[in-house]
Design a protein around this ligand. Structure first.
Ligand code: NAD
Ligand code: ZN
Length: 559
C-alpha cells in the first residue's frame, strides 16, 4: 500500500488534515518536522539558528530516503521538503503526493500569532509568504494532485484527499514514453493540475474540445480547474455525432485553436466520447506538428477503449477512420461519475467492449459481469472505477505489446468480423457495441462448432451479454449478404477473413481457417435468413449516418 504524502506551504493544514486522514483510513501518521525535531532533540527554529538551513535540509533528505522504503503511512512533509526534486522523486516512488494549496491572504491569516516559523521571522511576513509561494510554485506544480483548501472545512479537505487516495493509476508504456491513466470519481476537477504536472507552463493556452452535449454538462467544471491551475482555457466546440468525424471538423478546430492563441506551448484537452477523442486527438497530432494531448473520456467506450492505444483519426466519405495518426496522450483522466448522464443505450454499447475485454483476458472482470445482473449504476457508483480499470488493464497490456497494430492487437477484433458487417448492413441503426455483441456470440458458437470451445461457453457469453441488455440474436438479414459484407471488408484490407475465437474465458485464438458453411449455419441458427432477401433498408437511419459512411464504404478497424 502506497504512502499518502501531504505537502504544501506552511499553514495549509498538512498536520491537521494528515492526522484526520490517518484516523479515518486507520493508518499511522508521521509529521516529518516533528520527527526531525525529536531526532535532533531541539526545535526546527533552533536547528536553523544554531546549525543553519543546509543541516536541516540534509536531515530532511535522509528522512525521505528512509520513508521511501516504508508503506501505508500518512506523511505530512515540511513546507519546503518536496521543493527539492530528489526528495520528490524519493517520496513519490512509493507514495501518492497531494499538495494542499491556499490563498496567500488565508495563509497569512492562519499563521497570525504563530512564532515558531523561522522562515517568517521577517518584517513583512505577508510579502515573504508571497515571495516564497512564487519561488516554490513550479516545484509544487510538478505534483499531480492538489486541493485548494481556501474556505474549506477540515472535513471537506479530508473527503477530497480520500477521493485522491482511492484513484487507480495505470501506467502505459508507449513508443513515445510512459504516460499514466488515472481512474477515480471527481477527477474532472484535476484536469488543470494534470496539465501543469505534465509540463504545461503557467499561463499557457489550453484548447478544451467538446461537443455541446458534453460541454453543457461538464465543460464548466473542467474550464474552472484549468483556470485555477493558472492556465488560459479556450472552449473549442465541435458538432455532436459520428457524421462530424471529418476533416472539415478538424479544419474548424484549427481555426478555433488559432483564434484562441494556441501555440506550441499549449495543450489540447479532448473532453467527450470516442468521436471527440479521435477528432481532437488528430487535431493535436497535426496542428503545429503536434501538441500535448490530454484525454478526458466521458463514454464507457472511450474510457476502456478509444482513449488508450494512441489511435486518432477521422472518417472519409469512402469509409470510417481512413485518415489518422498515432498520438499518445500526455495523461488520461477518467472520471466514471460522468457516466451517470450517459444515455443507457450508449453505456450498453460500451459494455460490449468491456465484456469483450473480459473474454479476451480478464476472468475476474468477466465473473463480476456475470454476477452484475445488468445493474448499469454499478458503472458510476463506488465500484465504477474498479470495473473501468479492470477493463483497461486488458487493452493496456495488448497495446503495450503491439503499439502499431502489427500482430497481437488483432485479438481486440473479437466479435468485430461479423459485427462490422452487421453494423454496415443495418446502415448504422445497430450501434457498434450491439453489433459486436452479436458478433461475439457468433464467434463463440463457431468455436464450439469447430470443437475449439466447450458448448457451455456459448451460453455463458450469451447470458452475460443479454443480462446487460445487449442483443444476442442476429437480425434477419440474408446470410449471403452478411458473408458478402464480411468479404468486402477483407478485400479492402487485402487480408484473409480473420476470426478471433473464444476458447475459454480469458483465452482466444486468431485463425483464418473457418469454413464458410460453419459461419452460415451458425448465423442462420442465430436468426439470419437463408433466403435471398436483402437486408431491410427501410429502418430509420441514425441522423447523418449516411453522410459519413456510404453503403459501399470500408471500415478501418477501430477496436
Ligand atoms: N481510437 C480508437 O482506438 C477507437 C477505438 C474504438 C472506437 N473509436 C471511435 O469511437 C467512436 C465512438 O465513440 P463513442 O461510442 O464514445 O461515441 P460518441 O463520442 O459519439 O459519444 C456517444 C454520445 O454520447 C454523448 N456523450 C458523451 N459523453 C457523455 C456523457 N458523459 N453524458 C451524456 N452524453 C454523453 C455524445 O455527445 C454522443 O452523443 C467511433 O467514431 C469509433 O470509430 C476509436
Ligand atoms: Zn469495437
Amino acid at each position: 500500500m502506497k504512502n499518502i504524502i501531504l505537502t504544501g506551504f506552511m499553514g495549509t493544514g498538512k498536520t491537521t488534515i494528515g492526522l484526520e486522514l490517518a484516523r479515518q483510513l486507520r493508518r499511522l501518521f508521521l509529521d516529518m518536522d516533528t520527527e526531525i525535531e525529536a531526532r535532533a532533540g531541539k526545535s526546527i527554529e533552533r536547528i536553523f539558528s544554531e546549525d543553519g538551513e543546509a543541516v536541516f535540509r540534509g536531515m530532511e533528505t535522509r528522512l525521505c530516503q528512509e520513508l521511501s522504503t516504508q508503506q501505508g503511512l500518512v506523511i505530512a512533509t515540511g513546507g519546503g521538503t518536496l521543493v527539492a526534486p530528489d526528495n520528490r522523486a524519493l517520496l513519490l516512488q512509493n507514495g501518492i503526493g497531494i499538495c494542499l494549496d491556499a490563498h496567500p491572504d488565508e495563509i497569512a491569516r492562519r499563521l497570525q500569532g504563530t512564532r515558531h516559523r523561522p522562515l517568517l521571522n521577517v518584517e513583512d511576513p505577508k510579502a515573504e509568504i508571497e515571495r516564497l509561494l512564487a519561488a516554490r510554485r513550479e516545484a509544487y506544480a510538478a505534483l499531480l494532485w492538489h486541493i485548494d483548501t481556501t474556505g474549506l472545512s477540515t472535513r471537506a479537505v479530508v473527503q477530497r484527499a480520500m477521493e485522491i487516495a482511492a484513484v487507480i493509476t495505470l501506467p502505459v508504456r508507449s513508443p513515445d514514453g510512459t504516460y499514466e491513466i488515472h481512474v477515480g470519481n471527481g477527477l474532472l476537477a484535476h484536469v488543470g493540475d494534470a496539465i501543469r504536472a505534465c509540463g504545461g507552463g503557467l499561463g499557457s493556452p489550453v484548447a478544451l474540445v467538446a461537443n455541446p452535449t458534453v460541454a453543457q454538462e461538464y465543460a464548466g467544471q473542467v474550464e474552472a480547474s484549468v483556470r485555477a491551475a493558472g492556465l488560459s482555457p479556450a472552449l473549442c466546440s465541435i458538432a455532436d455525432g459520428e457524421a462530424y468525424k471529418t476533416l472539415d471538423t478538424v479544419a474548424g478546430l484549427y481555426e478555433q485553436f488559432l483564434a484562441g492563441g494556441l501555440d506550441r506551448s499549449g495543450t489540447v484537452v479532448a473532453l467527450g466520447g470516442g468521436v471527440t477523442g479521435d477528432v481532437a486527438g488528430f487535431a493535436a497530432a497535426t496542428y503545429m506538428r503536434g501538441l500535448r494531448l490530454v484525454q478526458v473520456p466521458t463514454t464507457l467506450l472511450s474510457m476502456v477503449d478509444s482513449s488508450v492505444g494512441g489511435k486518432t483519426g477521422v472518417d472519409l466519405p469512402q469509409g470510417k477512420n481512413l485518415v489518422g495518426a498515432f498520438k499518445q496522450p500526455a495523461v488520461v483522466l477518467i472520471d466514471p461519475s460522468v457516466l451517470a448522464t450517459l444515455p443507457p443505450e450508449e453505456l450498453r454499447s460500451g459494455l460490449a467492449e468491456v465484456i469483450k475485454h473480459g473474454i479476451i483476458g480478464a476472468p475476474e472482470l468477466f465473473a463480476e459481469l456475470q454476477l452484475g445482473h445488468g445493474d448499469l449504476t454499478s458503472w458510476w457508483g463506488d465500484q465504477g472505477a474498479t470495473h473501468v480499470a479492470w477493463a483497461l488493464e486488458v487493452k493496456i497490456e495488448i497495446v503495450e505489446d503491439d503499439p502499431f497494430e502489427q500482430g497481437r492487437r488483432a485479438v481486440l477484433n473479437l466479435g468485430h468480423t461479423t459485427g462490422h458487417a452487421l453494423e454496415r448492413l443495418s446502415e448504422y441503426t445497430l450501434r457498434h457495441g450491439e453489433a459486436v455483441a452479436i458478433g461475439m456470440v457468433a464467434a463463440t458458437q463457431i468455436a464450439a462448432r469447430m470443437g475449439r470451445a466447450n458448448p457451455t461457453l456459448v451460453d455463458t457469453v450469451r447470458d452475460t451479454l443479454s443480462a446487460w441488455g445487449l442483443p444476442v440474436r442476429c437480425p434477419p438479414y440474408d446470410v449471403g449478404a452478411i458473408w458478402q459484407a464480411m468479404e468486402h471488408d477483407k478485400k479492402r484490407r487485402g487480408k484473409a477473413l480473420r476470426w478471433v475465437l473464444p476458447v475459454a474465458i480469458s483465452r482466444v485464438e486468431v485463425t483464418e481457417d473457418v469454413p464458410r458453411e460453419v459461419v452460415t449455419s451458425v448465423l442462420q441458427e442465430m436468426g439470419a435468413s437463408a433466403g435471398s432477401t436483402s437486408p431491410d433498408r427501410r429502418t430509420a437511419r441514425k441522423p447523418g449516418a449516411e453522410q459519413a459512411v456510404e453503403k459501399e464504404s470500408i471500415d478501418r478497424d477501430d477496436v
